[in-house]
Design a protein around this ligand. Structure first.
Ligand code: FMN
Length: 386
């Protein structure tokens, strides 16, 4: 998900750097747009370095020094269509007036008119500017239009006066943006341990057994949990994916490494989601040297540990969610696995889990056993606290 962060020309412009970081902690991509005045206070480079994205500094500026072209001419429309929210922090009295009146004479004000995403404004200004009837009237117009205003705090202001006008705290601004995007913080206080990706079982120093898991399911769950306020511990086999910035990441190779990492982290977790595709078999005694081609070959495979069963043995009151990968009778086989191996939890745990899962269905996370992912051999099942 992506947030456009508009930064306007006020003393508090530097505080937008902290807001970029807080949004990134929620695994949101941030596209910064600076007004001309904002660039008098902070250099675009600060935001480019923090966000890892090109900062938009004007309506008619393409690459530095380059002529405007068709790409830059339609960029405001492209950004408008690609964002999940427009957040402006700090919002000046000037930009409030322009938004209220529909004036579109720079990138930010044009974007405001062009986007249908939720808009969140965090004003900051001198107390007299804030209390001026013109500003209050503009705010009223914007509120009536559905724009979320994050009220400024009260206190000593940079101009030397005391009163309302100070930019709200970064956490409050980000919370308002998340709420406007429909991302609740219902996992705040939870620590979610997620496994992802395949494992590699060594055959010899240059070969291994693995499977087709991409890791995308586990990484998407990690992002979603983090956005919803959880601390995320991600244990992953080898994938080509970039771990979510906010996840505490542990990289593993084999099934036994996966098991050790999971059991080590288990006491810290309140929720465990096992989305990794762990090998069922491993080579008992892989040779130290590369095997030569000598006719037919039989590999001596032994079963790996059932990590889910180990978790069941060691866990306290964690909610544990597993996946069953099936190629036939998807729901039936997964139900059998659930009924055969794992006990169903207490009422409180079930209620907590139900609320959590149902809230996530839109993001591609499927309710337990009731629906299986379309076009996928995977099926979610559950073992929860006794
Ligand atoms: C030093 C200084 C500080 C300013 N601080 C603020 C401020 O905190 N809030 C505000 O609304 N305007 C402030 N202004 C006025 C704005 O910079 C001015 O209205 C400008 O046109 C805003 O442009 P923008 O809305 O396109 O960013 C300040 C101006 C100066 C010179």
């Amino acid at each position: 998900m992506k947030v456009a962060l508009g930064v306007c020309g006020g003393i508090a412009a530097y505080k937008a750097a902290e807001i970029v970081r807080l949004l990134q902690e929620r695994d949101l991509r941030v596209q910064v747009i600076m007004t001309d005045s904002a660039q008098e206070f902070v250099r675009p480079l600060t935001f480019a370095a923090l966000s890892g994205e090109k900062v938009i500094t004007g309506m008619f500026t393409a690459e530095a020094g380059a002529e405007p072209n068709i790409d830059s001419a339609i960029e405001h429309i492209a950004v408008a269509q690609s964002i999940d929210a427009l957040l402006v922090a700090p919002a000046t009295a000037d930009v409030l007036a322009k938004f209220a009146q529909g004036i579109a004479n720079d990138f930010l004000t044009t974007l405001y008119l062009a986007t249908t995403a939720p808009v969140i404004l965090a004003p900051a200004m001198n107390v007299n500017m804030w209390e001026h009837p013109a500003t209050q009237q503009n705010l009223e117009v914007l509120r009536k239009r559905g724009v979320k205003i994050v009220e400024p705090g009260s206190g000593y202001l940079a101009c030397g006066m005391t009163g309302p006008g100070r930019l709200a705290e970064g956490e409050a601004i980000v919370a308002a943006a998340l709420e406007a995007m429909g991302i609740s913080q219902d996992l705040a206080g939870e620590t979610v341990l997620i496994t992802a990706g395949p494992t590699r079982e060594k055959i010899d120093p240059v070969r291994y057994l693995t499977n087709r898991s991409s890791g995308r399911m586990g990484y998407a769950l990690a992002e979603a949990a983090s956005r919803r306020g959880a601390r995320v511990l991600l244990v992953s086999g080898p994938t080509s994916l970039k771990p979510p910035a906010s996840a505490e990441f542990t990289s593993v190779q084999s099934a036994v490494e996966m098991k050790d990492a999971v059991l080590h982290l288990l006491p810290e977790a309140s929720i465990v989601i096992k989305a990794a595709a762990v090998a069922d078999y491993t080579l008992a005694n892989p040779p130290d040297q590369k095997m030569k081609r000598t006719g037919t070959l039989a590999l001596d495979l032994t079963p790996t540990a059932d990590i889910l069963a180990e978790i069941q043995r060691c866990k306290q009151d964690q909610i544990v969610i597993g996946f069953a990968s099936e190629t036939e009778n998807v729901l039936g086989n997964a139900r059998k696995k659930l009924a055969g191996n794992h006990k169903v939890g207490g009422r409180a745990a079930r209620a907590r889990l139900r609320g959590w899962i149902s809230g996530e269905t839109q993001a591609g996370f499927f309710p337990l056993l009731e629906v299986s992912p379309p076009d996928s051999p995977s099926c979610l099942f559950r073992c929860s606290p006794v």
